[in-house]
Ligand binder design. Sequence first.
Ligand code: ATP
Ligand code: MG
Length: 466
Amino acid sequence: MIRKFLRKVFSRKAPASESNAKLKLNLSIIPFKHHGIRRNQITPCALKTATTLQQAGFSAYIVGGAVRDLLLGLTPKDFDVATNATPEQVYKLFRRSRIIGRRFRLVHVMCGAETVEVSTFRGNSPDEENNHASIQQTDQHGRLLHDNVFGSQEEDAVRRDFTVNALFYDPAKEEILDYLNGYEDIKAKKMRIIGDPIQRFREDPVRMLRAVRLASKLDMQIEAETAKPIGDLAPLLQNVPPSRLFDEMLKLLLSGYALACVVELRARGLHHGLLPMLDVILEQPLGERFITIALKNTDARIRQDKTVSPGFLFAILLWHEVLSTWGSLQTAGEKPLPALFKAMDQILAIQHKKLAIPRRFDAIIQEIWAMQPRFEARSGRKPFRLITHPRFRAAYDFMLLRCESGELNMELGEWWKSFLSADNEEREKLLLNQTSPKKRKRKRSRKKSSPSLADSPEDSTQNGEG
Ligand code: ATP
Ligand code: MG
């Protein structure tokens, strides 16, 4: 039965029009008195862009995530405008604008520091008469390689991902145009894919990640039919270009709902294709606790509008992979520090291929990791030197997370907290009488020393500090 279903899922290549033809399009126009969104809730730049296009005789609407967020009482991250004007026509109307994108051209309209993205209505259905099918190519799994056809407003609604993302707001009339019942879905807090879920996820597997991220962020349920094929289609994420996966992963991690997203990704089997190492990590209690605490912290920072460095996040996500490779190399007889550096190189090399973590993040990731053994030295001049390192703060926060998760003895973290808050004289008094800390370091087997989730951090002596 399962095999049959899998065969169906992996061999079917429906023409893109098949499910859309079955879609019932039913335009409802929702007036201000129902939806309550005033045009002054749109940023001046987005308003000016839409108004200028309309005054030039084109239709223009605020579309996508911004309309959705406003209806949910959230502040939109950015405003997108959809229009029937071609990119060239848009470009001519705005002095500060530029056409971007090669495959699908968009226009960026700039006012002050704000940029509004203007896209021409896009069609999604290959239209045999016009022979658009040749432009809309898919790979052998049904993934769209081009999405390059201009279309009507209805077609533009249909090619979007979820009904809640397919609403058009007309700022002049303060009306919302809804072809797909997205307004009701927003009220019911349901994320529903537009069209046939299997086909739409095959066209673009990233939509599965978007479903999870948006459902967490918007506190919505993924509607049952939409959710059903996700587990089986998860392997398709492996065909998505790694750079796109990286972008989506970063959006997810920096959404302020990273923990909820990661839990949900895992529950739906999506983490296999996306972050293969999450499998391994989350299956060990220590790894699970480390990531849980770290992502909780990250989410709290983002919600307080504080910055989070992507390098720090990836250092966290990959740390337990490094630890386990580091452990194996030492068991095989390598010395601790060379083993750590080798482990770091190996793990980063794997992730460059899988997730395309851009190399610009390598330096910070490596520095955070490489500084970890240095926290163990608490005698002589070493602690004084360590705190002057430009990346000390990140490495210190990282070390505290290791303590909180139970990987290190909490006493180490407490010592560093005291050391940091002390004046110079007190710092001298805090120094320990460590003989050669390097020689004292124990080789350790990770399996033996991993406490279970139930153990308290204080019980752990994994680092040989206790
Ligand atoms: P947010 O910006 O809050 O992350 P969003 O829905 O606005 O969410 P964007 O990436 O800004 O996401 O996309 C804008 C709109 O473009 C979406 O609302 C949706 O209508 C459409 N869209 C984005 N990605 C896809 C996709 N993979 N497939 C189909 N439509 C998409
Ligand atoms: Mg958006």
